[in-house]
Design a protein around this ligand. Structure first.
Ligand code: OOG
Ligand code: MG
Length: 257
């Protein structure tokens, strides 16, 4: 069995070079805590290369995502500045293994947020909310993993596209949305799919990040999790999200690999 540092290096190299690796523990001998320790070590490698920590992503906060991946615990990962793609910009497909995209809601914070907070306390720390797309890209062959393995792989995070920032002082617990590829509707959903209210995902992020000793900071972005199942994306496509009241976000997938 490899050490945590070795697995972290393996996953970090795979993410950097856009190639797949075998599952390191298909028998499930690794604990969730081990998974998070590997994730922290792999993010430390990114930070050592000069990337900046910019927030947190939540995973498996909707039934659609749990069902698609066959896993049911809420997980989280760490976001860095290198993961952000400009809205309307181009995603460099060659840097990915087998990317998928899913519609999310993003929060940006204006205050620190840590520990066991209530939903109103969480809302008071929010500067703005936005429709957002997450590009997920498992580093494991065939996008197959156990829960500790996907945690170790930073919850498959690879790209984030943020739409217009909007006031959080409006209802956002049941915003209809579509995920579109080349203008065709691929997935339909509502922000209600996120634990009943996206703020619950932020509450969970505040608790989990604080437990890890990395409380949520002002200026950080929290991705609330995929509302619907994720869709495979391919070169040449235009991928977009339309969310009621908040607007749209989109990006182009580079033409050729
Ligand atoms: C794991 C990441 C889950 C979400 O929003 O639920 C996630 C995966 O599906 O590969 O990002
Ligand atoms: Mg996601």
């Amino acid at each position: 069995m490899k050490t945590q540092q070795e697995v972290a290096a393996l996953l970090d190299d795979a993410a950097r070079e856009g190639h797949a690796v075998a599952q390191f523990d298909p028998q499930g001998k690794t604990s969730l805590a081990d998974g998070y320790a590997i994730q922290a070590a792999s993010i430390a490698r990114r930070l050592a290369r000069g990337e900046q920590r910019t927030g947190v992503k939540m995973g498996f906060t909707s039934r659609a995502k749990m069902a698609q991946m066959g896993l049911s615990d809420v997980i989280w990962g760490r976001l860095t500045d290198a993961m952000f793609i400009e809205e309307g910009g181009v995603m460099d497909f060659s840097r990915y293994v087998h990317p998928r995209c899913e519609p999310e809601l993003a929060f940006i914070l204006k205050k620190p947020l840590a520990g066991n907070v209530t939903a109103p306390q969480a809302l008071a720390a929010v500067e703005a909310i936005a429709p957002a797309l997450e590009i997920i890209d498992s580093r494991y062959q065939d996008f197959k993993f156990t829960l500790p393995e996907v945690i170790a792989d930073n919850a498959s995070s690879s790209g984030v596209v943020i739409g217009p920032w909007c006031s959080p002082h409006q209802p956002f617990d049941n915003l209809g949305l579509t995920l579109n590829i080349n203008g065709n509707v691929m997935q339909v959903g509502s922000t209600a799919a996120l634990l009943g209210h996206p703020l619950r995902s932020l509450v969970a992020a505040a608790r989990l990040a604080a437990e890890a000793g990395e409380p949520l900071q002002p200026g950080w972005i929290v991705m609330a999790g995929g509302v619907t199942a994720a869709e495979w994306i391919h070169p040449g496509q235009y991928v977009s999200l339309d969310m009621a009241h908040l607007g749209s976000a989109g990006f182009h997938v580079q033409e050729t690999k």
